[in-house]
Each structure stands twice: as C-alpha cells, then as structure tokens.
Ligand binder design. Sequence first.
Ligand code: SAJ
Length: 451
Amino acid sequence: MKDTIIRKIIRRSAIVAVFGLGRIGLPIATTLTNVGFQVIGVDSNPEVLDAILKGKVHTSELYLNNMISRAIASRHLKVTSSGNVAVKESDIIIICVPTPVKENKTPDYSYIKDVCKTIALGLSKGKLIIVESTLPPKTTKNFVAPLLEEATRLKCGLDFWLAYCPERITPGNALEEFIKNDKIVGGYNTESAEVAAEFFRKFIKGNILLTDVATAEVAKLAENTFRDINIAFANQLALICEQAGVDVLETIKLANTHPRVNIHMPGPGVGGPCIPKDPYLLLHSFRSTDHDIIKTARQINDYMPKHIVKLILQGLKNTGKDVRSSRIAILGTAYKGNVDDPRLSPSKPIIHELIRLGAEAIVYDPQCNETFGAKRAYSLHEAIKGADCLLLITDHTAFKNLNLQEVKALMNGKPVIIDGKRIIDPQNAMSIGFAYYGVGFRLSSKRTLSQ
Ligand code: SAJ
C-alpha cells in the first residue's frame, strides 16, 4: 500500500485535494499544479469558488490570479464544495482551514472538526492526510486522528497516513516561500512521516525536517510566539526610549550589530491571522504560572493601540486642538504593509476609540477596503485634506515616500503626524513644521505623555 502511493508521488500521478482555499491554501493548491500535480481545491464558500473560477481572487499574492486561470484552463486545478467526493478522488489530502481562538482565547476547533468529518466520508485505505493548519499541541494525535478513525473504522498510521506539516509562508510572498522554506514534517508514526516527506521532496527546495506530530505542532507555535514576544520587547523598548529621550530605531540598529541579537521592530500593535492568536494556542492545556512571558507579551502588544491614541491626544493638545473637533486621517487598515488583510489590525481599536472620543476619522488604504466604521477616502489627497492629524498605521510602500510639504499644505493649522510604523524622517517632518510623534521617538521632557 505504501509503495503504491510512493510510486504515484514519484510519477506525480497522485491527485491532491486541498481543503481551505484562503491565503495559505490557495497559493499551495496553485503551486502544486505548477509542479505537476492534479489538484482539487475544496472550499465551503461559494463566493471563494466563484472568484477562483473567474481568476478574480482578492489577493496580495502577485501573479496568483494568472496562475489560477492557467491551472483552471489546463484542468490541472478543479474546485468544488463537495469535500467527500474530492477525498474519494484523491490520494493526498491537505488541510489548510483556519484555527482561530474564541473571545475567551481558547481554541476554536469548529473548522478542523468539520473538515475532518467531511474527509472521513470519503476516506479509504492508502491515502495521506497532511494538516497544515496551526494547531494546539497534541491536537493531531488526540483530536484529528480519532475523528478520522471513529468514522471510518480505519487505523491511522496503518490504513492511512497522517502528518502535521505547518506552513510558515508570509502573506504577499506565499508562492515563493512555499517552495523555498524548510518544511517541518511531523509524522503520526514513522511511516506517515516517510510518505509525507516523499511528497514534499518532489518540490520543496528547502530542507525536509522529520519529527513527530506533537513536536511539529509545538515548533510551529514556538515560531510565531517567539515573534510575538520579540515584537513585545521592541514595543516596550520603544516606550522606554520615549521616556529616556532617545530614538528606539537608533537604539535597535545599534543593539542589532551584536552578532547574536535580533530585536524586531516596534509598531502600533500586532495584527494578522497568526501572530496574535498562536500564543494562546501554545498556552492551551498548559497550566500557566504567575510568571508568564507569553501572556505578558500579548498584553504589551495589545496595549500599543492605546499608546497610539495617547500620542494623538498629546499631539492635538500641544497644537491647541480638541479631539472632539478634530479630523484625523488614518493611513492603513491592513494589519501590515503590502497586504490586503485587516484581520486583528491595530487600526480597529484605534479608530473605534477616536470615534468614541468624538473625532472625525477618515481612512485611506489602497489595498484594503476595511474602514472599521470610519469614513473612507478614495485617495491620499482626500484623506489628508483638512486633517488636523495624520496617523500612519500600516507601512504600505505607498505611504513610505509622502511629500510632506504637500501634506502640510493640505492639513489644517499646525499639523500633527503620528508615525506608528516609524516610516517618516522625524527631523524632516519637524523642519517642515509638523508636530511629530513616533512610536519610540523621544518625548522631550515637557512632552511626556499624561498617564
Ligand atoms: N510586526 C511588528 N514588528 C515586527 C514584525 C511584525 O510590529 O518586527 C507586526 C506586523 O505589523 C503585523 C504583525 O506584527 O501587524 C504580524 O506580522 P508578521 O509579519 O509577523 O506576521 P504574519 O501575520 O504575516 O505571519 C505570517 C505567518 N505565516 C503563517 O503562519 C503561515 C508566520 O508564520 C510568519 O512567521 C510570518 O508571516 C513571517 O515570517 O512573515
């Protein structure tokens, strides 16, 4: 049985079903057609399937729509909502569905549970199931495998193979990184790891790193939790630098010249579908102690939007303006630069608080349609005209070369600029006449923030 699937993989005659055609699953499905596999994409959302069939997917992945159209036209990619049929026709099944956390920060298993139930309807001997979705530790062994076994009476690791192989591609560069990155392959058992590794060896240019499922689950969560903690340190360092009267950018630049130091960048908060929630998945089923760096890092990063509002209020106060009669232009609602995704963006709490305080909030984001309840500007000019305060939240390339002379001329009174991503030159801004505030930029003693 194992020789059969290995032979199909080697010949690239194995048919692959990809469940979940979102920002991870769709690039994976499309790339697999590019490297010679026949792929069936499965998604429960008819709008997603329709956009794929029309080659009009809203994405920040360059060339993805062209690749999709070619794959559909050549029939290397089919898409369907009938998951059980797709499983019956496939040899390899890849799961790329979301694993969010609920309001109470516990894992939401609904997506992974639904997809496992669907897969079980079509599962038979000799298939390989690969989970790419980020999961709490021990979920593959204690939740996914039993769901598949109970419904099919098949034995995991014997009748079918199961591996946890997390994705670490960065949105906007998914197509390149899917092939280039090293790949962790966590096998339910040794044979599962071997079969999954053989599949990835056909197209992954990075290293294939074999381990067990639980270690692979924790490794993935460790990667993203490390980033969250590192960013939290950069954010706390920024707050320290503001009060110490130094610039955090220069501080980090100097500190990172140490051969083994890599401090990340401070910002207005941590957003996106992964980094803000993965630390909670890692903590799940861990009996936290009073001294928990992971939770503290989350609190620091979740505080940063509040700090941005403090900077805004300070800037308006120091220029004789009242927030209740101020127009505030917010550049960016996407959670990070050059993506179109607003999920958990720090812009959301900032905009909601500004509206609560009575400000007129207007948003411009060339890549993201979300406004979080603020007015929407359809150009930079429209957003900035008449604004009392300009707020930079997302470091889109389009915002990195603002003509500050022109911006100042459009703004009202003594203009305030709040540089959440530190993409503006403070000296240049101040020389032109802006009241400049930046995350981690020295607050002169007379400008310390009111607590
Ligand atoms: N951020 C900072 N400072 C930094 C880096 C990021 O404030 O130095 C902020 C960003 O503005 C954003 C948030 O953190 O709001 C998250 O950004 P990110 O680039 O770290 O991460 P994501 O959400 O794009 O994460 C993806 C992840 N991919 C998957 O889970 C499939 C993650 O595994 C990758 O590590 C990450 O991309 C990456 O390496 O870019």
